[in-house]
Write a protein that binds this ligand. Structure first.
Ligand code: PEP
Ligand code: MG
Length: 592
């Protein structure tokens, strides 16, 4: 008898990275823990105890973060998971588990990882052997102890929570959710595409996945429950559709779409050497955003003239300690040299909020912040940790000897943040000047700011007195203007950069920059969307920095546009009642 084919199921999520992926679905699961059982040198015992404290802090922060994300889940899932996270958090306080691990380490027989595993195992066995409680609840408590120990050991050994490379080549990676730091670990050539159950359009994970150039759909709720591991799936990164067990007709349609896309991409490559200018002859500067160094060749091939936003976070991800000055200098210098005379705008570390950087766990406040997006992030964190800021500034200043560099300050909301950063830059400059054999550029690079808080946009005339340039970060500007998280699912219709309130802030910033005579660009995700290009031109933007693979499409739109029509469009959008109406205005303009 012929086996029955499982029936096709369709889900919809957020189309975060374009393209079609066809492949077998495989879920990213955790790799086995590797633990050293070597007896530690007695002199190292205090160091082992400090490592344990650090791992506890890191684990607590991770759990708090998971807890803060629970609100996005259905009520019954929240009710199930929240108490569990509380139990884990409690166990990471002053409990028998931690006391037991510490006394094993102090006894000097085991290193901290082996002590953690041995103590957790002993306690789990003791729980299972107890009398008087039912078996299921004993098992649950034993599992909880083991789970906390696993998390501690992963944080002690810095082993990733999930290993992606073990999944079959060419498969579609499926996960409940992905952290930006995890996304940075994905080898783009290893997978056909990505689908997750959670995640939003402009969250940092989405930004990373677009940088990888992999078709991806986030927020396809229920995908893991409905799919069978190893079964065929189509991920449509343009429409957000995910087709499980596709029928022959669906497969044929997806393959047709895939070859049409390949042809269109080839046709677009002819724009690489053409100027980015409108039909009426107005020049637009197109640059690329860089999230991960492997994008460099792609940027060179895209036709972008320089890097308008180098997100330096990648250097701090997936490592134990923050990179030192030499390491950072080498990385920046390689990038500046690869750009061969085209400018590179290096943004100072923008850690915090949904950007989770392990190497900086020690800089996190002890008590997790109630609302990290409104707390210690970006320049606020750097100004509190002088060494972190000065090390990065020193590395950038040294790399600036190899080509044109600009320095950009993230998350500015008040003028003091720019003036203090400039003072730090001058201090570091003087120190480097005194240092022997240190090459520096002739003069200090321009220091500009991200305009990504409503405060920065509204106070732009004041900030322009201290900043050499502005770059509008539409992702955070949208989030903070609308008080809606950028990783929220689109169907909630809250986070939307096309909301007229956001467009007005962009327009205002452009006018203030023009009055102050300083350059202004847009480097948020809106700059990568060809449909929004005429709108941004109409709002007065002449510099765009975007995902490398969007450059040809955006250039094509610019070359077909006229300034007069763009300005008319922008005026209509500014007067529109909401984002939906703006979208309609853009769609209508595209048709004509
Ligand atoms: C932005 O907020 O628009 C931006 C470009 O910065 P990031 O996405 O890295 O927060
Ligand atoms: Mg930002």
């Amino acid at each position: 008898m012929k086996p029955t084919r499982p029936s096709e199921k369709r889900l919809t999520g957020q189309p975060v990275s374009p393209g079609i992926a066809i492949g077998q679905l495989h879920e990213a699961t955790e790799a086995e823990l590797v633990i050293s059982f070597q007896k530690p040198d007695p002199a190292n015992i205090p160091g082992e105890l400090t490592r344990l404290d650090d791992a506890v802090t890191r684990s607590r922060n991770q759990l708090q973060k998971l807890k803060s994300r629970l609100t996005a889940l259905p009520k019954d899932s929240q009710a199930e998971i929240a108490p569990l996270l509380d139990v884990y958090l409690h166990m990471l306080g002053s409990t028998r588990l931690l006391r037991g691990i510490k006394s094993r380490v102090k006894a000097g027989e085991q290193g901290v990882e082996a002590a953690t595993q041995a103590e957790a195992e002993a306690q789990a066995e003791a729980i299972l052997a107890q009398h008087g409680t039912d078996k299921a609840s004993r098992q649950r408590r034993a599992d909880e102890v083991r789970e906390v120990a696993r998390r501690l050991i992963r944080n002690l050994t810095l082993q990733p929570f999930r290993s992606f490379d073990l999944l079959p080549q060419g498969s579609v990676l499926a996960a409940h959710d992905l952290r930006p730091a995890e996304a940075a670990l994905i080898q783009p050539t290893h997978f056909a595409g990505i689908v997750t159950a959670e995640g939003g359009l402009d969250g940092h994970t989405a930004v990373m996945l677009r940088a990888l150039g992999l078709p991806a759909v986030l927020g396809a709720s229920g995908v893991l429950e409905k799919a069978t591991v190893g079964s065929l799936v189509i991920v449509d990164g343009d429409s957000g559709e995910v087709i499980l067990n596709p029928s022959r007709a669906s497969l044929d349609a997806a393959r047709k779409k895939l070859s049409a896309q390949t042809r269109a991409r080839r046709a677009l490559s002819r724009f690489q050497h053409l100027p980015a200018q409108t039909r009426c002859g107005m020049q637009v500067e197109l640059q690329a955003n860089l999230e991960l160094p492997f994008e460099l060749p792609l940027i060179a091939a895209s036709g972008a003239r320089g890097i308008g936003l180098l997100r330096s976070e990648f250097m701090f991800m997936n490592r134990d300690l923050a990179p030192d000055e030499e390491t950072q200098t080498r990385i920046y210098r390689d990038i500046v040299e690869a750009m061969d005379g085209d400018p590179v705008t290096i943004r100072l570390l923008d850690w915090g909020s949904d950007k989770d950087v392990e190497a900086l766990a020690r800089f996190v406040p002890d008590n997790p912040e109630p609302n990290p997006a409104l707390g210690m992030r970006g320049i606020r964190l750097l100004l509190k940790h002088e060494a972190l800021l000065e090390t990065q500034l020193a590395a950038i200043l040294r790399a600036a000897a190899s080509g044109p560099v600009r320095i950009m300050v993230p998350m500015v909301s008040v003028a003091r943040e720019i003036t203090e950063t400039r003072e730090a830059m001058r201090r570091v400059w003087r120190r480097l000047k005194r240092r022997k054999n240190t090459k520096l550029p002739e003069k200090m690079p321009p220091l500009g700011i991200m305009v990504e808080t409503p405060a920065a946009a509204l106070a732009a005339p004041l900030l322009a007195r201290h900043a050499d340039f502005f770059a509008i970060g539409t992702n955070d500007l949208t989030m903070y203007t609308l008080a809606a998280d950028r990783a929220l699912p689109a169907d909630m219709k809250l986070y939307d950069p096309l909301e007229p309130a956001v467009l007005r802030l962009i327009h205002l910033t452009v006018s203030f920059a023009a009055a102050a005579g300083i350059p202004v660009s847009v480097c948020g995700e809106l700059a990568s969307r060809p449909a929004a290009t005429p709108l941004l031109l109409g709002l007065g933007i002449r510099q765009l920095s975007m995902q490398g693979n969007s450059v040809p499409r955006v250039k094509q739109v610019i070359r077909a546009s006229s300034l007069q029509a763009c300005e008319h469009l922008a005026n209509q959008a500014l007067a529109a009642p909401d984002a939906e109406a703006v979208r309609e205005i853009l769609a209508k303009a595209q048709e004509t």
